[in-house]
Design a binder for this molecule. Structure first.
Ligand code: ATP
Length: 361
């Protein structure tokens, strides 16, 4: 499609020491973040951490309090919104209810004084891109949530923006549609290559869609990295917890053995953990492991094991989640494949593979 080729996939974004305050509340706190050309960057964090506020400053509906935002080294934070060439999809889509789908998509072109013929042609192309050309004459209320979401996307893309901003665009959809739309969005980004900034609190969405993820908490950046880096090497307990790790043990690295550190927990047990480059003997660390990486074993091996009793069992189809109280009093989370084969109260022997234990500061 012609419109696909015309999308500007060559803009990088630099957010430089940006702070936003409302009264005496600092909602975005000195954030510096670079977004490469064609990147799909996700701002991931809990409700209220400042993601939408940061997006709103890039869009131009909010001013920065201090700092700057640039596209290709040109500052844009003080120029009006309509001159920034940014496309935006809001969480609630914000379609104009009194306009047809076609008119909604044409709107941005009309604002830019594009002649009628070209307007219609480009709006149709954008609707084809999201496979909605057959619904061009409907009104938003005559569409499903997923269809409205696609109209909003077409409306954002039709103006060939330099940067596409998406604020939790999938959060109003049911689980199945959400996943379908996620894959469509991913495909669209691969085809268009447009620099995209996406806001979500859903870690699975962030990992699936993004080329880079920026984890935020309380207005500050916690970690920026590829989905793999974030998932396999969370930098601190906040990121680890948010991304689905559980099982946090406090202690110190007190020895070495066969390429592993010996971790001595405050509670009195030891575990071997694979060495990494960031930690050295004597460091105080937190050890963590994902619930799916703790293994239930039948026989004691005498190494990297703890026993515990099942407190809650949560069968959800292909996996069962167990909450376990360890022999040292730590609450543990474990996900096992398959049905819930162990009753509440039973004692389990658990193996912690040194490869799967992760050290964080
Ligand atoms: P959510 O996922 O719930 O949308 P978020 O991470 O996008 O959360 P923001 O919407 O950026 O969070 O809000 C961050 C904080 O700033 C919140 O505590 C919010 O109450 C506050 N806030 C946002 N806008 C204003 C405003 N105009 N005046 C005062 N406080 C505001």
């Amino acid at each position: 499609l012609a419109i696909m080729k015309k999308q500007d996939a060559s803009t990088n974004v630099l957010i430089h020491e940006v702070t936003k305050t409302f009264g005496d509340a600092t909602v975005v706190n000195n954030i510096t973040l670079g977004i490469e050309k064609g990147e799909f960057m996700t701002l991931l964090g809990p409700s209220g951490c400042g993601k939408t506020t940061l997006l709103s400053m890039i869009l131009g509906i909010l001013d920065v309090t201090t700092g700057s935002i640039s596209f290709n080294s040109q500052r844009i934070d003080y120029i009006p919104m309509h001159k920034r060439d940014v496309g935006m999809v809001f969480q609630n889509y914000a379609l104009f209810p009194h306009m047809t789908v076609m008119k909604n998509v044409e709107f941005g072109l009309e604002m830019r004084k594009i002649p009628k013929g070209e307007r219609k042609r480009r709006a149709l192309e954008a609707l084809e891109m999201v496979q909605l050309e057959h619904l061009a004459n409907r009104y938003p209320k005559e569409l499903s949530g997923g269809q409205q979401q696609r109209v909003a996307l077409a409306r954002a893309l039709v103006v060939q923006p330099k940067v596409l901003l998406l604020d939790e665009p999938l959060s109003n959809l049911d689980a199945k549609l959400r996943k379908d739309m996620r894959l469509q969005l991913k495909k669209l980004h691969q085809e268009l290559g447009i620099t995209t900034i996406y806001v979500t609190h859903d870690q699975e969405e962030a990992l699936s869609l993004s080329t880079k993820v920026a984890v935020m908490a309380a207005g500050k950046l916690q970690q920026v990295g590829t989905p793999r880096e974030i998932f396999l090497k969370p930098k601190n307990q906040f990121v680890a917890d948010f991304i689905g790790y559980g099982n946090f043990f406090k202690g110190r690295l007190t020895g070495e053995q066969a390429g592993n550190f010996i971790f001595q927990s405050e509670k009195g047990f030891t575990l071997e953990v694979r060495k990494d480059t960031q930690h050295k003997l004597g460091d105080s660390v937190i050890l963590t492991i994902k619930p799916e990486n703790i293994r239930i074993i039948n026989q004691k091996t005498g190494r990297n094991e703890l026993s515990g009793n099942i407190v809650i069992s949560d069968y959800v189809g292909n996996i069962t989640g167990y909450e376990i109280l360890s022999e040292y009093g730590d609450p543990l989370k474990l996900n096992a494949l398959g049905a819930d084969s162990f009753p509440v109260g039973s004692e389990l022997m658990l193996y912690f593979d040194p490869e799967h234990l992760v050290m964080i500061d």
